[in-house]
Design a protein around this ligand. Sequence first.
Ligand code: GAP
Length: 512
Amino acid sequence: MTQEELFKKLIAHSKEYGFIFQSSEIYDGLAAVYDYGQLGVELKNNIKKYWWDSMTKLHSNIVGIDTAIFMHPKVWEASGHVGAFNDPLIDNKDSKKRYRADVLIEEWVAKQQEKINKEVEKARKRFDEFDETMFRQTNPRVAAYQEKIDAANNEMARTLEANDLVGVKALIENLEIACPISGTRNWTDVRQFNLMFDTKIGSVTEGANTIYLRPETAQGIFVNFLNVQKSGRQKIPFGIAQIGKAFRNEIVARQFIFRMREFEQMEMQFFVAPGTELKWFEHWKQFRMNWHKSLGFGDASYQFHDHIKLAHYANAATDIEFKFPFGFKEVEGIHSRTDFDLSRHAEFSGKKITYFDTEKNESYVPYVIETSIGVDRMVLQVMSAAYKEEKLEGGDIRTVLAIPAALAPVKVAILPLVKKDGLPELAAKIIDTLKFNYNIQLDEKDSIGKRYRRQDAIGTPLCVTVDHDSINDNCVTIRHRDTMKQERVAISELPQIVENEVGFTAMLKKLL
Ligand code: GAP
C-alpha cells in the first residue's frame, strides 16, 4: 500500500467508524472544518488529558487556565497579528482557484527534490557499491537541480522578508509554475491576506466594534500573566497551560485535519528570568520530544526542524515534525519568545507588567518559552501511526488501530457469548465495576470473531468474553488487541488488569 493509499483509507476509516466527519456534510460540507464523532471525541479528550496531566500534574510549577476566545481588539494589535499575520495569495484567472504563493513555490521545490531522488535511485541500481552522499555532492545533474532549488528558496525568502509581492509573482513566473487545475500561467498579482476571522461585538446600531476569533490561545495566557502570578503567588520559573479553540482563515486547506480553519491548540508559556531562556528552551525541546516518543510510534517517526530564519521576537525556535503519510510535517512548535509579548502588552495597555524577583532583589519583564501543539494534528498523528492492515494466518486481513492503550476511545469491550442464560446480567455486573473509570462498550451482536474485528478496527485494547463457565467459575477470557493472545482471568482481578494495561500512569511515568 502506498502512503497515498494509506491516507485515503485512513480518511474513509475515520468516517466509517465515527471518528471524524466533514462539517455540515449534508449541505456538501464546509471546507477545512471537521466534526469529531462518538469515537473521535473520546480519542481527542484522551490526548488532551495526557497533555494536560503531563504539564500540570507532573510539574508543580505549571498551572492551567481557560480564557475566552473573544479578546479586546488591542490584544491582536499588540501581538502583531493585525499587522503581520498574513499569507501571500495569488489567483489563477482561468481556473479562478486561489493559492498561497509561497506554497506554489514550495511545491515546485519539492518537485525538483523528487527529480534528485529519482537520479539517486537510478544510480543506486546501476552501482553495486553506491555512496549516496558522494553521488549527491558530485553528480552534475543533481548539482544543477540543487542550484535551482537554492536559488528559488533564497529568492522566496528575500521577497517575502521584504514584503516584495511583485518579486514573489516574478519568481512564480520565472519558475514557469502553472495552475494545477487550468494548466495556465495566467496569474493575478500577489496580495497579502490576513488569516484572522473577524466579527462584530454589540449591536451594529450601537456602534459595532470589530473583534477577532483568536488565532492562537497563547495571548489569553500573556494577558493573564499578572492575574495568575499574583493570585497563585507563583515564583519564576513557572508556566501557564491552556487548551482551547483557535481559528485561522487558511487559504490552502488540505490534508484532512492537518490544516483546518477551526482547530484546537494545547499551549504552555513558561516564564523565566532573562538570560536563562536558552537553557529552558533546550529543556522543553527534550521534554516535548520525549512526550511524543512515549506514545511508542518509533523514534524514527520524529525529527526536529530548527528554524534558521527566526521571527523578529524569537531568539530560538524549533518544530517537532512527525512522519505523516504525506511526509514529515510540523505537529508542535517550541519557541523562545523573549520578553516580546509581555512588553508589547505593557506598551499597548499602559499597565506595568513586571515580576519582582526576591532572590535577585530586582524587577524584570520575564522571558518566555512556549510549547504549542495542535490537538487535531495529534489526532492525525495517532490515527496515521495506528492504522494497520495485518495479514493473518489463513490469509484474512484484519484492520487494526494500534492506538496507545491509554488513548484508545473504548478501553474494554464486554462480549457476552449469548444473549441469554444469565450472561447479559453478568456482563452488566462487570461493566458496573469498570464504567466509573473507563469507557466500556457492550457488544452482543454477531460471532465473537466478528466482534473482535469490530473492536480491532476502533482500537479497543481489551475484549472480555463472558461465557457459560463464567457463571460458575467467576472467570472471563481477556483478549489483547495487539498480540491477539487470550487468557482466562478471575473477574475480581479485572479492575487491576485493566488499569495496568490502559491507565495513564505508566505513560506519564515514562516522562519522569
Ligand atoms: N502560539 C504559537 C502558535 O500558534 P503555530 O506554529 O502557528 O504557533 C502551533 O501553531 C501549532 O498549532 C502547530 O504546530 C500545529 O500543530 C497547530 N496548528 C496551527 N495551524 C493549524 C491549522 N490551521 N490546523 C490545525 N492545526 C494547526
